[in-house]
Design a protein. Structure first.
Length: 378
């Protein structure tokens, strides 16, 4: 059997290279060390069976399209952040102050943020001290462990079908409030979320509460037509809270189970914008005591630290329950996920990784870190 698998020295025939039959694959003999002939490799017991099973598993394991999408979307961030850090640790050699300074520069430039950068470097310094490391190369894996902690990854596996993280329950009208400044991809993210919910069997109605831009109403109407969902709207300049009131009543009458409200992203001042959000929330609470059930802030990943500032401002007013990080595939600054996780106790629920309607992915630390560090999701 060994000759059939490996062939003799200097000889290679079609018979030698033949693929073993199914019976042979399942009956590969164990070879004790020293049993092989002089011209055959010395193999430990069970080596052939273990090698064959591992190869077969690798060859037959399907590529998870979800992980593949995350990996592709994070390619720019991986090149801009992890690859630079890996090169630094590999080439710098010894651990000294110059290393820490260069690492700080890379993390800041990747929008990991000052607080998260400080935490990462502090913990790496502790690792160096505890493990008495003299070279920097082992620090890449240590940094991965630290990022896992920052992202609150508890080691749990991701199911084949991601668990829907939204607070959407049967038997009630679930209200999702979408907030964020203009240009972040808020209305497009609203449409993508609508698509996700529809494919899960929910009846969705949209409310065009961004009445200060005619284009915003028109854009949502186009999406509603494409997705086959009703859009409750009024004319430009109407009271957003009045639109929300109408939308709640329409959703109840039409027996919808999810109402998604697309809100304004800019008024005459930040104060006016926030007051409008408060007014909308008051109307929702009056009509449905525990609404909104979710308030999702859509952030543009390409804006870097501005996204952190926006999260801080909106959270003070809107009581955010989750974040949607859009356009993550278009930036090398995916470190913003780490910055947000370090500063806020608000989960990143979705990440946008493309222009297609299916390109809103559920966020989970495991595939995020695996894709970021160029690993397989296994």
């Amino acid at each position: 059997m060994l000759k059939k698998l490996f062939g003799k020295k200097g000889a290679s025939t079609e018979a030698d290279m033949a693929v073993p039959s199914a019976e042979e694959q399942t009956a590969v003999p164990s070879v004790e060390e020293g049993e092989a002939g002089a011209d055959e490799p010395k193999l430990k017991k069970g080596f052939l069976r273990g090698a064959w099973e591992a190869t077969k598993k690798l060859a037959l394991t399907p590529v998870d399209p979800w992980f593949e999408a995350v990996a592709k979307g994070l390619d720019a961030t991986r090149k801009g952040l992890v690859n630079q850090v890996a090169s630094l640790f590999r080439l710098h050699g010894k651990v000294d102050e110059a290393l820490w300074q260069e690492l700080e520069d890379i993390l800041i430039m990747s929008d990991v943020g000052a607080a998260a950068t400080e935490k990462i470097i502090e913990e790496l310094r502790n690792v160096v001290k505890e493990k008495k490391l003299t070279t920097a190369e082992p620090l890449l894996e240590e940094m991965r462990t630290i990022l896992s902690k920052v992202l609150n990854y508890d080691g749990a596996d991701v199911p084949a079908e991601p668990v829907e993280p939204l607070n959407v329950e049967p038997g009630r009208l679930n209200v999702i409030l979408m907030v964020g400044v203009n240009g972040t991809g808020k209305t497009t993210s609203t449409a993508k979320l609508t698509h996700r919910l529809k494919t899960q069997g929910h009846k969705v109605i949209l409310a065009a509460a961004d009445t200060f831009r005619a284009a915003a109403i028109d854009q949502l109407l186009v999406w509603g037509n494409r997705l086959g969902v009703d859009v409750i709207h009024q004319s430009e300049g109407s009271d957003p809270a009045a639109v929300v009131f109408d939308a709640v009543n329409a959703a109840k009458a039409r027996k919808a189970d999810v109402l998604i409200v697309d809100t304004a992203g800019r008024l005459h001042s930040k104060l006016n914008l926030m007051e409008e959000l408060r007014k909308i929330r008051r109307v929702l609470t009056r009509e449905i005591p525990d609404a909104p059930h979710e308030t999702l802030l859509v952030l543009d990943a390409t804006t870097g630290q501005n996204a952190v500032n926006q999260a801080r401002t909106f959270n003070d007013v809107a009581n955010l329950t989750g974040l949607v990080l859009a356009k993550l595939d278009g930036t090398a600054k995916g470190g913003i996920v780490v910055a947000i996780a370090q500063e806020f106790q608000i989960p990143v629920k979705y990440i946008g990784l493309g222009e297609k309607i299916e390109d809103l992915q559920v966020f989970h630390p495991k595939p995020f870190l695996s894709a970021l560090f160029g690993e397989s999701d296994g």
